[in-house]
Write a protein that binds this ligand. Structure first.
Ligand code: PMP
Length: 400
């Protein structure tokens, strides 16, 4: 019955890894997917995660029962505290409804479905450009997706004027997707002053913020600093949605652990919001997985393990920052034409190189370097060993 079915295209991001895996070249480098690699090019399981797993394993009373529809209650509490801050007024006033979801993507999807059912405005504005999955997640949630200007290719920085103009002309009440920090793919974040202007404008027009936090701790190395933007929006007493992922900052990619928090106007509303979130989740996947959330709760509840986590996280962030410097220096020493200072200015896991799709194709063909066609490279996939090869490839691509 499916004989006439067309072959679906590969996912533009995950497809890069599929192509990489097929390439037999010994010098190949995968800078496509945003997953941390060690200096040796290996995936990393944090030591604190191994310790947490050991604790879970050694607990004889641990069972494999279903979690509630909303997930592990302690995980939800600790996740809200991590993102909004222990002293957050919204938490103290019980105005936050948090549900454990399937990593960042699942949190965005549950949030999108909830909004499509219960919010009076169906249009969500996403930055241009943004993570490639955003438009699909929100369209399939039942929302209408539009974009706002974000990145200026001429300055390789924020198009702040364009952003403010587009948010000003969005209909009152529209949903606005904001990357909490380390914007993917551009690595360009607003400054705190710019965030404050965005906040004022959005609140004055009753635009509803939907934050996506996939890189808390990866931008600056500090968990608190990387959530400043979000906390400004909570401090003003207004409402917002927050999709939180532990994929990158705890290295729990495949465990699919994240949370959706909705900051509401009152404790009473938060209770009703949670009841409706359960109706969204139950027919989708019934309830979330146990293991990843147990790891996170084990680490977050124990101050010594929490501290170890922050150190390991900082080490990952610092290695990425060092890769930025090494790549910049390597291009400089080759005299590669162009201004490459954006490599050290941009923030988080990615550099938006400015290379076009022909140059990207050339580098794949000639140098076996794999990246998304928009010229985004994952700095976390680089090492001191591969930087010279990448610099040679970029040099050849821009001078060919
Ligand atoms: N949002 C952004 C901006 C991302 O970059 C990612 C991961 N690449 C996600 C959400 C979702 O990641 P996950 O579902 O693995 O948590």
């Amino acid at each position: 019955v499916f004989a006439a079915l067309a072959q679906a295209p590969e996912d533009p991001i995950l497809g890069v890894t599929v192509a990489y895996n097929k390439d037999p070249s010994p010098v190949k480098v995968n800078l496509g997917v945003g997953a941390y690699r060690t200096e040796e090019g290996k995936p990393l399981v944090l030591n604190v995660v191994r310790r947490a797993e050991q604790i879970l394993l050694n607990n004889p009373s641990r069972v494999k029962e279903y979690l509630p529809i909303t997930g592990l209650a302690e995980f939800n509490k600790l996740s809200a505290k991590l993102i909004f801050g222990a002293d957050s007024p919204a938490i103290h006033e019980n105005r936050v409804a948090t549900v454990q979801c399937l990593s960042g993507t699942g949190s965005l999807r549950v949030g999108g479905e909830f909004l499509a059912r219960h919010y009076h405005e169906r249009t969500i504005y996403i930055p241009q450009p943004t993570w490639g999955n955003h438009p699909k997640v929100f369209t399939l949630s039942g929302l209408t997706v539009k974009s706002y200007r974000y990145y200026d290719p001429a300055t390789r920085g924020l198009d702040f004027k364009g952003l403010l103009e587009d948010l000003s002309s969005a209909p009152s009440g529209s949903i606005i997707l904001l990357h909490a920090c380390a914007h993917n793919p551009t690595g360009v974040d607003p400054t705190i002053d710019e965030w404050e202007q965005i906040r004022k404008l959005m609140r004055s027009k009753s635009l509803l913020p939907f934050f996506d936090s996939a890189y808390q701790g990866f931008a600056s190395g500090s968990l608190d600093k990387d959530t400043q933007s979000v906390r400004m929006f909570v401090a003003d007493g207004g409402e917002l949605l927050m999709a939180q992922s532990y994929a990158k900052n705890m290295g729990l990619y495949g465990e699919r652990v994240g949370a959706l928090s909705i900051v509401c106007g009152s404790a009473d509303v938060a209770v009703r919001v949670e009841s409706q979130l359960k109706l969204v989740i139950r027919p989708m996947y019934s309830n979330p997985p146990l293991h990843g959330a147990s790891i996170v709760a084990t680490i977050l509840r124990n101050s010594e393990m929490f501290n170890e986590w922050t150190l390991e996280l900082k080490a990952m962030a610092d290695r990425i920052i060092s890769m930025r410097q090494q790549l910049f220096d390597a291009l400089k020493s080759r005299g590669t034409p162009g201004d490459w200072s954006h490599i050290i200015k941009q923030i988080g896991m990615f550099t938006f190189t400015g290379l076009n799709s022909e140059q990207v194709a050339f580098m794949r063909q000639e140098y076996h370097i794999y990246m998304t066609s928009d010229g985004r490279i994952s700095m976390a996939g680089l090492s001191a060993r591969t930087v010279p090869h990448l610099a040679d490839a970029i040099h050849a691509a821009v001078t060919q």
